[in-house]
Design a protein around this ligand. Sequence first.
Ligand code: ZN
Length: 263
Amino acid sequence: MLRTDRGGTGGGARVAIETSILTVFTAAMLTALATGLGALPFLFLKTLDRYWVSIANAIAGGLMLAATHSLVAEGVAISPERLILGMLIGLAAIVAAKSWLDEKTELDFAQLGGLDARKAFLIVAVMTAHSFAEGVGVGVSFGGSGELATFITAAIAVHNIPEGLAIALVLVPRGTPVLVAAAWAVFSSLPQPIAAVPAYLAVEHFAPFLPVGFGIAAGAMIWMVFSELIPDANKNAPTGTVGIVVTLSFTAMIGFQYLVLKG
Ligand SMILES: [Zn+2]
C-alpha cells in the first residue's frame, strides 16, 4: 500500500526542516501503534479450539498474501527488475533464517516454547523486516508532496491493523497473552518510524532501493504463507474451507485498501 511518485519539488524550505522531521517521525510512529490494535479482538475471544486455530492461520495467510500483493504492485510500478532481485534475496534470506532457527530448539519467544516459539519468531521477524521497506516508503513520500504523504501514512496505518491481526492470529491461539501479542505487533512496525526519517532526509539515496526492499519483503512473506501458515491451516480444517477463508481474507484486505482507503 505504497506509492512513491513524488511531487517534483526539491529540498523544500530549510527553515521548516526541524518540524518536518518531527512530523515524519510522529506520522510513522502513529502507524506503528495502529498495528497493536490488530491484537485487540482477542480480548473478547478467550479460547480457540484446534479447528479455529487452523482457520486463524488461513485468515493470517490471506492477509499476508494481500499485503504481499500491494508490495509487488508498488514495486513493479517503480522497477520490475529491482523488485524481482529483491524477491530472490528475500526468499534466500528467509530460507537461511529458517534453517538457522531450526537448530535453536531451545528458543523461547512471546511466552511460547518449541515449534510454536520458532513459528511465532518467524512471523514477527518477517513482518518486522517488511516494515523497514514501508518505513522507507513513508519517508520517501514525505520528500514529495504533502498530500501524497498524508495518504500514504493513513493507508499504512490502516493496513497495519490487519497485519497486527495476522501476528496475533499466529501468536495468541498458541498461548501468547493478548497484550504481549499486541506489543509484538507494535514492535513489528517500529522500523517504520526508524526508517522513515533517514529516508525523508535523503530521498535521492533511498528511493532506488525501495523496489528492492518491497521485493525482499514480498519474497519472504510468500514463503512464510505457503511454508508455515497454510500447512498449519490444513492440519485441523478441510482444505476446501481453508481455500475459501484464504480467498475471502485476501479479498477483504484488497477491498479495504482499494475501496475504503482510495474511495
Ligand atoms: Zn505492510
